[in-house]
Design a protein around this ligand. Structure first.
Ligand SMILES: [Zn+2]
Length: 332
């Protein structure tokens, strides 16, 4: 774990070409590389694998201002917008004709599809040189979360423990630990591939969303920045008091999303995020913007913890609204 040979102290923008699209535009991955005065590990920060989740790219702007290069040990690699194509269209995935439009399901992909090619560049230029990685998945517009996830099923048991250590260090009250390689989001997700194939431990920070009150979003942004700084302290990259000591674990996730298109009305909103709900509790409603009839009630399928909340917004069938975590005592 030493500062890379080709690194220079300071901040530099690195530009890695991926390919050229049909409209002759170049597709590339931009990396902000911050290298401190002192030798140390390399932490990779990747946000925007999904183009509709743009709270983290905003938080990264402030994060960079918080890094004191004189005090920094090692290197911080920040990829604010991992998927510029989806970001430009405001969508989760790339809208193309491939079998693999989701960049976070394309790591290790060997095709020339856009997502496969971007994943290869991120793997080679960012992940392979990293000692740890944080992947950000905030909610898309109109939905928010607040949990840190880490895999429990890397073949290398040591990686599982190191990933859990990173998750605890991030400092949020709830951790979701489970089979993220073999189950969800799977071996071709960035976190699955980074650990299983490259041996890089990592976590997924699923905190915040966009479309909420400015004060609420600002607080989430602050949480993301603090979380990264906490992880950096855990890795010995900077000095910082320890974060939250009280951590609970959540179990299986139950999505409560509309099955029909309509207006989602959030009866439980951002102030209820990660609070307890009862089985059958009414969380929200979906009503028709054409007839004004309520066409669906969104109820908690189990008693548990409200892991995702929406704000009022129009939704297509399957769009995000609520999610309920089962409670669990074990860390997965
Ligand atoms: Zn995502």
């Amino acid at each position: 774990m030493a500062t890379k040979d080709n690194s220079v102290v300071g901040r530099r923008l690195r530009h890695f070409p991926v390919t050229t699209d049909l409209d002759n535009s170049e597709i590339s991955v931009i990396v902000n590389e911050l290298t401190g005065q002192h030798a140390g590990p390399t932490l990779a920060i990747v946000s925007g694998l999904h183009g509709s989740e743009w709270l983290a790219p905003i938080a990264n702007t402030d994060l960079i201002q918080h890094i004191d290069l004189e005090a920094l040990h090692g290197t911080l690699l920040v990829v604010p917008v991992a998927n510029p194509i989806a970001f430009a269209s405001g969508t989760r995935n790339i809208r193309d004709e491939s079998d693999s439009p989701d960049l976070n399901r394309s790591f290790g992909g060997k095709q020339t599809w856009l997502a496969d090619q971007i994943a290869r560049v991120i793997s080679q230029e960012v992940l392979e040189g990293a000692d740890a990685v944080i992947d950000f998945h905030t909610g898309p517009w109109g939905a928010a979360m607040d949990v840190v996830a880490c895999p429990s099923d890397y073949s290398n048991a040591d990686l599982n423990e190191r990933s859990l250590g990173l998750a605890k260090a991030f400092g949020r009250p709830f951790i979701r630990r489970g089979p993220m390689v073999s189950d969800f989001p799977g071996p071709k997700s960035m976190i699955g591939y980074a650990g299983e194939v490259l041996g890089v431990p990592g976590i997924v920070a699923e905190v915040g969303g966009v479309g909420f009150d400015l004060e609420v979003e600002t607080a989430w942004k602050r949480i993301l920045i603090d979380g990264v700084l906490n992880v950096m302290a855990h890795l010995g990259m900077l000095e910082r008091p320890a974060g939250n000591a009280s951590i609970a674990y959540v179990g299986a996730a139950h999505r409560v999303n509309p099955s029909q298109g309509g207006m989602v009305e959030a009866l439980l909103g951002a102030d209820r995020l990660m609070s307890n709900v009862a089985e059958g509790e009414l969380l929200g409603r979906v009503w028709s913007p054409y007839t004004f009839d309520v066409i669906e009630e969104l109820r908690a399928p189990v008693a548990g913890i409200l892991g995702m909340v929406p704000t009022n917004h129009p939704a297509r069938p399957g769009d995000w609204a609520y999610l309920v975590f089962e409670r669990t005592q074990s860390p997965g």
